[in-house]
Design a protein around this ligand. Structure first.
Ligand code: B4P
Length: 180
């Protein structure tokens, strides 16, 4: 978990390679569907471009499907999911059906100015439609309202580890690996 620009995708890629488990990013899955112009991609794209969350029923079905694939049977790293309380409940149900449970929930913390600076830099480099300053501010507000409360839920379950997301990619990577 972590606000937009906190380094979720960046760290998940490195850490999943190190642990030899698939990196399951809902943002990446949506962008793949968008690129392939599938009905799911078309539905998700409207929400993503404005910085809002894709509706839970669309997201949940996609994750359920992904976690049932054979490469996820020995473990996986979820990136950017769950992001709402309804997604937490759905994930619990999926895990119960598969007879597995989460080992850890890592929350990356970072200050707002650093988020905006990182994402504006990515906008220049990659031209992502949701990396304009206005949309970034909206994504941060959506995160605070809908996703930050989830940290409490996972802290109560004894699964949450908070990691400082400031600093270089390597510094944050070492902290995440130590936390895991
Ligand atoms: P995501 O793809 O998850 O995008 P994100 O929150 O911006 O984080 P991302 O992982 O890409 O970036 P990172 O912080 O690693 O979601 C995009 C959209 O998809 C959402 O807004 C939503 O619409 C939809 N969506 C996804 N999941 C959903 C769900 N569960 N429910 C509903 N909707 C969902 O990195 C950002 C930048 O910082 C990069 O350029 C990176 O190079 C840089 N960076 C990272 N670490 C750094 C460091 N230590 N120092 C300097 N730069 C760093």
């Amino acid at each position: 978990m972590g606000p937009p620009g906190s380094g979720k995708g960046t760290q998940a890629e490195v850490v999943s390679a190190q642990l030899n488990v698939p990196h399951v990013s809902t943002g990446e899955l949506f962008r793949g569907h968008l690129e392939d112009v599938t009905p799911l991609g078309i539905a998700a794209g409207m929400f993503m471009d404005s910085g809002s969350y894709v509706p839970d029923h669309i997201t949940n079905a996609m994750v359920r499907d992904r976690l049932a694939q054979p490469d996820a049977s020995a473990g996986f790293l979820l990136d950017g999911y769950p992001r709402t309380l309804e997604q937490v409940q759905e994930l619990d149900a999926v895990l119960a059906d598969l007879g597995i449970s989460l080992d850890r929930v890592v929350e990356l913390s970072i200050d707002n100015d650093e988020v905006v600076a990182r994402l504006l830099k990515r906008a220049q480099e990659q031209g992502r439609a949701d990396d304009t300053e206005e949309v970034i501010r909206h994504r941060m507000a959506v995160y605070e309202e809908q996703t930050e409360p989830l940290a409490r839920v996972y802290a109560d379950k004894g699964l949450l580890v908070r990691v400082d997301g400031m600093g270089s990619i390597e510094e944050v990577r070492d902290r995440v690996l130590a936390a895991l």
